[in-house]
Design a protein around this ligand. Structure first.
Ligand SMILES: Nc1nc2c(ncn2[C@@H]2O[C@H](COP(=O)(O)OP(=O)(O)O)[C@@H](O)[C@H]2O)c(=O)[nH]1
Ligand SMILES: [Mg+2]
Length: 196
């Protein structure tokens, strides 16, 4: 297990040239703006507000590298699907995201976040297709589990698992940043991948 008292934000990259290429394995969080990426990072590292939780979705277009105990990076990717984005910002999003995801040898796994209440959007489906086509290892975290009744949550979870863009062997983990539900399972899964 990692020493979670040893967490640093190593880089807030707004330019492709700032992307990190050192040897540490990277786990990248991908998802819609507002899906709960920053909240998941805070929960994983036991902090309330280390990663900025934004009331204004899609505002910052940066790739944020959280250095976990000098061992791995949790990488907060800029969110997609934010309707009010300017053409320049869309361009910036594309070049930064493509620059990050393309030929990234340190990228071990993508953690794809899906809002359990919203389900798989068109943008999510596009991302899932891309992950499948590029053979990028990934698993799915369904966020905001606390917002639904147990019955509705299970129904939506089944819908996500059986979606045509979700291969049968892909792990789907329900999670709530509010209660911490699913947090340990996500860490176990990460450690599993690392072979620890
Ligand atoms: N109820 C609930 N709200 C959440 C959860 N995760 C995130 N949120 C809220 O959703 C909003 C967006 O979260 P944030 O982490 O900034 O999303 P990001 O844009 O993907 O980084 C914030 O208002 C969070 O408080 C969750 O598990 N449960
Ligand atoms: Mg965020």
């Amino acid at each position: 297990m990692f020493n979670l008292n040893n967490v640093k934000l190593d880089m807030t990259a707004g330019l492709e040239s700032q992307l990190i290429h050192d040897a540490k394995p990277q786990f990248a969080l991908s998802g819609r703006s507002n899906v709960g990426k920053s909240s998941l990072i805070n929960s994983l590292i036991n902090r309330k507000s280390f990663a900025r939780v934004s009331g204004e979705p899609g505002k910052t277009i940066t790739v944020n590298y959280y250095n976990i105990d000098s061992s791995i990076y949790l990488v907060d990717l800029p969110g997609y699907g934010y309707a009010k984005r300017s053409p320049e910002d869309i361009k910036k999003w594309s070049s930064l995201t493509n620059g990050y995801l393309t030929d990234n040898k340190q990228l071990v796994c993508v953690i794809q976040l899906i809002d359990l209440k919203v389900g798989i959007t068109k943008d999510d489906a596009q991302m899932l297709d891309w992950l499948y086509e590029t053979k990028t290892p990934f698993f799915i975290v369904c966020t905001k589990y606390d917002k639904l009744s147990k019955t509705a949550a299970l129904q939506n979870l089944e819908k996500i698992k059986s979606h045509q863009c979700v291969p049968d062997d892909v792990e789907v983990i329900p999670f709530s940043a509010l209660t911490g539900y699913g947090r340990n399972e996500i860490w176990s899964y990460i450690n599993n991948i690392l072979g620890q």
